[in-house]
Design a binder for this molecule. Structure first.
Ligand code: CP
Length: 302
């Protein structure tokens, strides 16, 4: 694996290997004793992904290069290609990019001599989010086989739905969608359930934010929550062992009742914690493949 661009590029064994490495990083690690420069180039807003990459990089002992679209030469019209090639030329060892274009990495990756990670591509893919979601589900059920997962909300505009559905299906889970009329994605081969059926039958209820920045549909908050969201009364219909997930940021009281974000069934903050460890695993795996680092010593915390 030279770059981390799409979950489709990885076999089931490769996915499970990354999850295992991430689990090991939770036990401890020994910072890399070599200077590694990492650059996080976010052309779209982000809190969790950019900051968890930052924490992951600092835990591993990397030097993190500051970059902001607003204060960079992107403002003078510099392209993504020229920006990325600049970072490569000045000595970055690994690049993390989020961009609004669904296909931004497709030609770019073959022109680079350092690893590239997709931290979000428009409506198309969010593979590192997928890996942290997989780790969270695996920690809960210790398997993916036969687990019923409902992905609910704005399916049509969600990169998380696409990455997660494909990976979960390949790992043996049963994937269902639930969406407001108009927010379905008929190009994807997954059955749709009503929200009531989804909460009653599934082991994982994964909610999605309405992606207002990607479309002009208007919704009234109360109407959306009542008809399509996770209300207190729907939460009571969930199976005893079932969990609530959400990639966040959460629109409280739109797709989920606010109090459920911190409820017993919620794994929303655990997902964020897991993001640090899967990103450590992905970055070190790539750097090893390129011969930039050797094995990372996993030293158990005392
Ligand atoms: N889940 C996620 O990608 O969050 P951010 O947009 O804050 O990075």
């Amino acid at each position: 694996m030279k770059h981390f661009l799409s979950v489709n590029q990885f076999s089931v064994d490769e996915i499970l290997s990354i999850l295992e490495t991430a689990s090991n990083y939770k036990k401890g690690y020994f910072p890399i004793q070599k200077q590694i420069f990492a650059a996080n180039l976010f052309y779209e807003p982000s809190t969790r992904t950019t900051m968890s990459f930052n924490v992951a990089q600092r835990k591993l002992g990397f030097d993190v290069l500051d970059f902001s679209v607003d204060t960079s030469s992107v403002q003078k019209g510099e392209s993504l290609y020229d920006t990325v090639k600049t970072f490569e030329a000045i000595g970055a060892n690994i690049l993390i990019v989020r961009h609004q274009d669904d296909h931004w990495y497709e030609e770019l990756h073959s022109k680079l001599s350092i690893p590239l990670i997709n931290a979000g591509a428009g409506k198309a893919e969010h593979p590192t989010q997928c890996m942290l979601d997989l780790l969270t589900i695996y920690e809960e059920f210790e398997t993916f086989k036969g687990i019923n997962v409902a992905i609910c909300g704005d399916i049509k505009h969600s990169r998380v739905a696409k990455s997660n559905a494909d990976a979960l299906k390949r790992l043996g889970a049963n994937v269902y969608f639930s969406a407001v009329p108009g927010f379905e994605d008929e190009t994807l081969p997954y059955p749709y359930l009503s929200m009531n059926d989804a909460v009653q039958t599934c082991d994982v209820v994964m909610l999605l934010r309405i992606q207002h920045e990607r479309h002009m549909y208007a919704t009234t908050n109360e109407c959306y929550l009542t008809h399509y969201g996770l209300t207190d009364s729907r939460e009571k219909l969930m199976k005893k062992h079932a969990i609530i997930m959400h990639p966040a940021p959460v629109n409280r009281n739109i797709e989920i009742a606010s109090n459920l974000v911190e409820s017993k069934k919620s794994r929303i903050f655990k997902q964020m914690t897991n993001g640090v460890y899967v990103r450590m695993a992905i970055m070190t795996q790539l750097l090893k493949e390129w011969g930039i680092i050797n094995e990372v010593i996993i030293k158990e915390c005392e």
